[in-house]
Structure formats: C-alpha cells, structure tokens
Design a protein around this ligand. Structure first.
Ligand SMILES: C[S@@+](CC[C@H](N)C(=O)[O-])C[C@H]1O[C@@H](n2cnc3c(N)ncnc32)[C@H](O)[C@@H]1O
Length: 250
C-alpha cells in the first residue's frame, strides 16, 4: 500500500516525542477513552489479550494489572523497547496488524486502541484480528470518528483561536492525513465510518457495545477545553464478538 513505509518511518522518528506526550498524560486517553475501554474489556483476569498497535504499551500494562495475559504487537522498535523496559515481565512482539504472527483462535480479546487509523490496510488488519480471536472472543476498538478525520485539523477556528465548528470534506475518499503536534509528525488514514463497520461485518462479527464517550463533568471542570467533546465527539469505542463455532472469513 502506498505510503506504508513512510508512515512507519514517521512513527519511528516521532517515537521519542510520543513517549514524552504520553508521559505528560494524554487526557483524551485517561479521561475519555480508558473508562469505556476498560468497561467493555470486562473482567480480563486470566484472559489472553493481544493489543494490536500497542505503542509503548500503556494499555497492555493496564490490562496486565487486571490479571490478563497480554501480548503487545507493534512495528515501531522504539516503542517495543520502551514497553519492555517499563514492563520486563510483559511480552512485546514486532509486527503489523495486517499480518499478525499468531495462530488462529489464539486470543480471547483483541484490542486496537487508536491504531486502526495508523494501519495502511485496515481491512487486512481487521481480518487478521478476527482470525486470531477465538470463537466467542471479542475485538475492542477505540477509533477517531470519521467526521473528524477528513482534515489534518478538525476544528475551524476564528482569528482569536475560538473553535467555530468541525469541517467535513470529501468524506467518502479514503486517504492519508498528515498530523503534526508537540514534535510528533505522523500519517493517519481517513476512511468513512461505513468502511470500518463494513470490514467488521464482512468478518461475520457482531456489534455488542458502542459509545461516543464524553469526559465526565468533573473532568471538564478541570480541563475546560474538553467541553468541545460535548459539541463534537472525536472518538467512538466498540466491542465486536466473533460467533461461536463460525470461522472468520478470509
Ligand atoms: C496512535 S498510536 C497508539 C498506540 C497505543 N495503542 C496507545 O493507545 O497508546 C498508533 C500505533 O500504531 C502503530 N502502527 C503503525 N502502523 C501499524 C500497523 N501497520 N500495524 C500495527 N500497528 C501499527 C504505531 O507504531 C503506533 O504505536
């Protein structure tokens, strides 16, 4: 897929800035996405989990802390080194979502925490996640809402920097988007929501839970900029189940 190598190289060059970004606390994760992701993961004690696009491993550590046997997979070696240093007992494997180096039906739970937007061939990655999920197992996905990814910066602002509205353009065209913030310079993919849902349905998966999470009022009081999430939600979280006894489609 065009741009795949550039995208991977940009993650490598941004890895240090990304690790620093997460160390300062990413409130989108801690205050918006972690609560529904943990709720939808359910009781993971004793469960085998694969976190696809695990980055420096923060969600792996969170699930391992709840008793799961977690494997993290990611193509960026700098993230794997950081993950191993922070969690020496954890298992972190180099690889891409599009070709997971694991046997069929190996995991109870597959996680993609804001990583499908980074995968050049998300259809192959969803096929791979469905393949390595056991029958009755789950895929847990946090993703950016597609109406927020048609442009590098979703919000239009006035000359004083006040956010006016989110702009949406060429919604149905799948394409790369260049993103730059805090020393991080990466490529994401914009795809219509229909494309993600279609790829999941194509695997015979069943949607069990869905949310467009917002920060709680306490969080908004502490971080007033998060009010914007009540105007336009930037994320959704979903849990899909692989049917008992039905093999994933290839
Ligand atoms: C936005 S970060 C999310 C990291 C982690 N899930 C988190 O929430 O902190 C996206 C991750 O996707 C990884 N990535 C990029 N291309 C990938 C691919 N083809 N397959 C799997 N992961 C990929 C990047 O290396 C990066 O760690």
């Amino acid at each position: 897929v065009a741009n795949a190598f550039e995208a991977r190289d940009r993650w490598r060059r941004s890895s240090e800035a990304w690790i620093q970004h997460l160390a300062r606390e990413d409130v989108n994760r801690t205050l918006i996405l972690d609560p529904p992701m943990l709720e939808y993961a359910g009781d993971v004690a004793g469960r085998s989990v694969l976190d696809v696009g695990c980055g420096e491993g923060r969600f792996c550590r969170m699930l391992a802390g709840r008793g799961a046997a977690v494997v993290g997979v990611d193509p960026t070696p700098e993230f794997l080194a950081e993950a191993r240093e922070r969690d020496p007992a954890g298992r972190y494997v180099r690889g891409v979502g599009e070709a997971l180096p694991f046997a069929d039906a190996r995991f109870d739970l597959l996680v993609a925490y804001l990583s499908l937007i980074d995968m050049p061939d998300f259809r192959a990655a969803i096929g791979e996640m469905a393949r390595v999920a056991r029958p009755g197992g789950h895929l847990l996905i946090a993703n950016l809402n597609s109406f927020a990814t048609t442009r590098p910066r979703a919000w239009y602002q006035d000359e004083r920097g006040e956010k006016l509205h989110v702009a949406v353009e060429d919604y149905f065209d799948e394409r790369t988007i260049d993103l730059e913030w805090s020393g991080i310079s990466i490529v994401n993919w914009h795809r219509p929501f229909e494309a993600y849902v279609g790829a999941l349905l194509e695997q015979g998966l069943v949607l069990e839970a869905f949310a467009e999470p917002r920060p709680c009022p306490d969080a908004v009081a502490r971080h007033p900029a998060m009010r914007d999430e009540y105007r336009v939600p930037l994320f959704h979280v979903m849990r899909w189940r692989k049917g008992e006894g039905c093999a994933a489609k290839s």
